[in-house]
Design a protein around this ligand. Structure first.
Ligand SMILES: [Zn+2]
Length: 320
């Protein structure tokens, strides 16, 4: 990836004055609830710089990429998740890829989301729509990737993702993302949270196993109401981080009753592993007649755009 600079001086000063990006993975209520809180102000700004996104586009892809970051602590072993979100509204959707090593990349299906009237707020509902969501998981060592698709209709990216986990893995899950902008439209704070209530029976049930009855939840009424109460008090996460406040303080403030412990801290960044060499290798493996045609007829140099990170590579045909 050709890492693009965040050029706005005032924004840079602000980013340097607040806490650094970080993800804290936590457990609470004796391990019954797990979650992660991600501070991703630099992360969203890097994403925006890579793709030179407008305000609305930053809100949509930013939410997708923040959710993509929150998938990382759920991943088992070395793996990748490719998440395609497609809707019939003006935003069309996005593709986001998360890597268990801690990187996320993604792009919008349309670069410019059409807006037909002035926006009154940051409600994205009018720009989303009904559609489908496809998850492809590629685990190291697996011969074939695993793919599953669900219908979506919430017109809300975080809610659609939570619905997927409830349907496909039978785990109560909540996602929340938040992007705070200043008057100039700069992203001054961004972050996200996920919470999962693990099944109680036996205590050994694996993620993804079938819950046999709804009684699991009834027994958990007290626990769930405590979680719900805590969730009602969640401030705007983006605003929290924009004010320089820390992840630990937010976790401990919100969930003190559930006795959270933070065993893992992770670095997550917006990053794409693409390179000039990778594209060159790809071109060299095209069918021989196509390679010959490129060498002979150009254009020279070839200009290649990586959709995932907006990097542009110029490859002289003499290198092919
Ligand atoms: Zn790339």
């Amino acid at each position: 990836m050709n890492k693009k600079e965040i050029t706005d001086k005032e924004l840079l000063e602000h980013i340097n004055s607040i806490q650094k990006d970080e993800m804290d993975v936590f457990v609470m209520a004796n391990g019954r609830i797990r979650g992660a809180l991600f501070h991703g102000t630099t992360f969203v700004n890097q994403m925006r710089a890579q793709h030179k996104l407008g305000i609305l586009e930053t809100m949509v892809l930013g939410q997708g990429c923040l959710c993509g970051a929150l998938l990382i602590p759920m991943m088992k072993g070395k793996s990748k998740i490719a998440w395609k979100y497609q809707v019939d509204g003006p935003a069309q959707g996005f593709s986001v890829e998360s890597d268990s090593s801690g990187s996320v990349r993604g792009y919008l299906l349309t670069d410019n989301i059409p807006v037909d009237k002035p926006l009154e707020n940051w409600d994205l509902t009018p720009f989303l729509g009904n559609g489908s969501m496809t998850f492809t998981t590629i685990r190291d060592g697996d011969k074939m990737p695993q793919t599953s698709t669900v219908e979506i209709s919430n017109k809300n990216i975080a809610l659609d993702l939570a619905t997927y986990f409830e349907q496909s893995e039978q785990i109560r899950t909540a996602f929340q993302t938040s992007i705070q902008m200043d008057k100039k439209g700069n992203v001054i704070g961004a972050g996200g949270l996920f919470l999962q209530v693990m099944p109680s029976t036996g205590g050994t049930k694996k993620v993804g196993s079938q819950l046999n009855s709804s009684s699991d939840w009834q027994d958990d009424d007290e626990l769930l109401s405590k979680v719900e109460e805590a969730c009602k008090k969640i401030p705007s996460i983006g605003k929290w981080f924009s004010e320089g406040k820390s992840i630990e303080d937010l976790v401990n403030t919100l969930f003190s009753e559930l006795k959270p412990a933070i065993p893992v801290k992770r670095n997550i960044e917006y990053f794409c592993p693409c390179s000039q060499k990778q594209f060159l290798d790809y071109i060299r493996h095209l069918p021989a007649d196509q390679v010959l045609d490129l060498k002979k007829n150009g254009p020279d140099p070839l200009e290649i755009l990586c959709h995932n990170c907006g990097s542009v590579y110029h490859i002289p045909t003499s290198d092919i």
